[in-house]
Ligand binder design. Sequence first.
Ligand code: ADP
Ligand code: ZN
Ligand code: ZN
Length: 789
Amino acid sequence: MIHTVSGCASVAVSWRVVPHWGRPRRRTTISPLAADAPTGPLPSLAAAPPVPLILRVAIAAPLAGLFDYLPPAQTAPDGLIPGVRLLVPFGRGRRVGILVETAVDSDQDAARLKSVIAQLDPVPVLAAVDLSLIRWAADYYRQPLGEALFSALPVRLRRPDAPLEEGGPGLRATAAGCTLDLAELGRAASQRRILEVLRAAPAGLATGVLKAQVGSATAPLKVLRERGLIEPCRVLPAECDTPVIPDPTGPDLSPEQAQAVAAVRSAGAGFTAFLLDGVTGSGKTEVYIRLIQEVIAAGRQALVLVPEIGLTPQLRTRLEQRLPGPHAVLHSALPEAERERAWHSAAGGRATLVLGTRSACFVPLPRLGLIIVDEEHDASLKQQDGFRYSARDLAVRRAQQVGCPVILGSATPSLETLHNARAGRYRRLRLSVRAGGAAAPAIALLDIRGQAMSAGLSPRLREQVELHTAAGNQVLLFLNRRGYAPVLTCHDCGWVGACPHCDARLTLHLRLHRLWCHHCGWFQLLPSTCPGCQSSDLRRLGLGTERLEEELREIFPHLSLARIDRDSTRRKGELDRLLALIRQREVQLLLGTQMLAKGHDFPGVTLVGILDLDQSLYAADFRAPERTAQLIVQVAGRAGRAQRPGRVVLQTRHPEHPLLKSLITSGYPGFAELALAEREAAGLPPYAHLALLRADAPDLQVPMDFLQQARGLAMALLVDQPGLRVQVSSPVPAPMERRAGRYRTQLLLECPGRPGLQTLLAAWVAQLRTLPRNGGLRWSLDVDPQDLT
Ligand code: ADP
Ligand code: ZN
Ligand code: ZN
């Protein structure tokens, strides 16, 4: 079976492509709290369902649709609650699936349906609310449901032999055991004692713990088990991290902070979406903490989504120091076992706080009371491959389904979120001043045309660096390009290092002696002579952080320096070490890429130099201006926290650029007004909704033909339903046409309203899945794409 996301379901499952019965399907979903749950003392396994029950199962594979099965032999129907994992025959093999719903009829020929081999979990791994969120997401993003469901679970649960929970053997009271009149046990005192103890521990007790309380005789246990009053279960060890709370109180809230907290509180526990629009350093995190404290005190769980956890150790520490635990941290860099433990802590209702990156938006939380999405504008909240979803948008959807508040926080809200706030869908809370009275940094443009640059700095900026460091402050220099130099070229013949697999130049990494492709990871060792003409006059063009570091050390030999980018922090713990050095003022000059722009607090920094963003001002993507403005404001926000006023100098060759001018004169809000007006005039998001069909193959003609065919299908659907108002572009090569040896093409769909687009996509994607895929073709659909490259 081919594991591609856009896989088509006809492989290996032809046995189930059978004629429709022609009868409308009646669905009966068994609720986990079914009123007819067994109450007698001995629930019988032999009780057969009254009608042959059809189980509708999503398979852990990139296959669209649900698959119908008959229940496994000898299963009490009450155990078949949607959300349990099942082992099912599939093609010639077997697969793990999740029971999504039950039905009375099947669309397929009942005689040909196969039976489930085994039920893998005694209780659902996903509750009804989780199933419904993920079904909604799979539907909205047009992704196979099985893939979406399993992406919400620990990886291990894709295997049939993996039990739901880790932990040791234990016992718990069954439903019958819980409702039994203890008098019925007569004079069997130890049986009565055991049952009493187990009734008081709904999650079960480890066998050892139980025996310590009731004695180690095994006979009474055996009798109770045989009577169906107790049953074996797995019991997790008690949560070991009962955290100390050194300082739950925190600073007194500023009037604006207090207002924000009060606004969320007074909206009540039900669904309301808030935009917490607060300048960097205004104390958004403090607002989150107060609200989470209240949620935890009310016995509920809080979910905090952040773009990248590794980059924000400070946020994590603050939450840990102020909030009672246990806490669960979930992100993709964790070892699988740790991630699984965190998942269980969340899903078992034990974790009070779940802090995670985008995939945590799916983690089951039985007592969810509040969702926070920090840095909601950040593009990494959108998954860019496989199941392409927006964790921010799903967080809002989830809060709506569960009925709890959701807060989207940012100093530079996305235009989508600002638009929602303007339309009244989100309530806007503002924090306009910095906490603790620190002044907001002033941004100044520095025209570098005709200037004598050294180490990427104009003479004016060099002077400023000297002044600020001499005064005992720290300086941050921002350059959004890692590596040594972006280009290595031959001065004699003009040769440039280019990736053989991508339409991209290789970046020179001097220390590693490599020319590296940042798009596919391909590299070659540094040639000593020109591969074109053998000349030895190879020259380095442009500036990356590695080279900048070298040159800065030359012109500022007296300053201590730290560089923070993906290369310099590759080693585990290195980022923390560098951040600690900076906090301890061991570093005077700090340089780095956008890793520095994310959430760090550098109270000693009084000068920020942004060296070169001119390229991104003119990038092709319509979101480029928005991203650039956000980056500038976020980097600027690192300066002048605490009591020292900050200064931000932005070097540019385009001081007249309207984006820069609006940002300088009226800040991010002013820029956003202008940008929203431009988007509206151009009919772009948030005033239109997009879907991007991407296709690629080793040969350009293959994806172009596929997209042409796809376009034809879409146009035919639109002829039938002209009211949908969807515009379909022509197939075009992607801005980076070739990557990792594959030619990339795309087709853009645009619609003024979401419903119209969704209606078309539903029918269209079903058709696309039936198209043949030859010539190594891969395709994927991206609903609400963030990145059009
Ligand atoms: P943001 O999340 O908006 O960037 P933070 O919550 O990180 O802002 O706050 C910035 C700094 O101000 C932190 O050091 C924080 O401890 C401090 N701070 C926050 N709120 C207050 C307050 N009400 N009084 C004093 N200091 C505060
Ligand atoms: Zn040459
Ligand atoms: Zn490449």
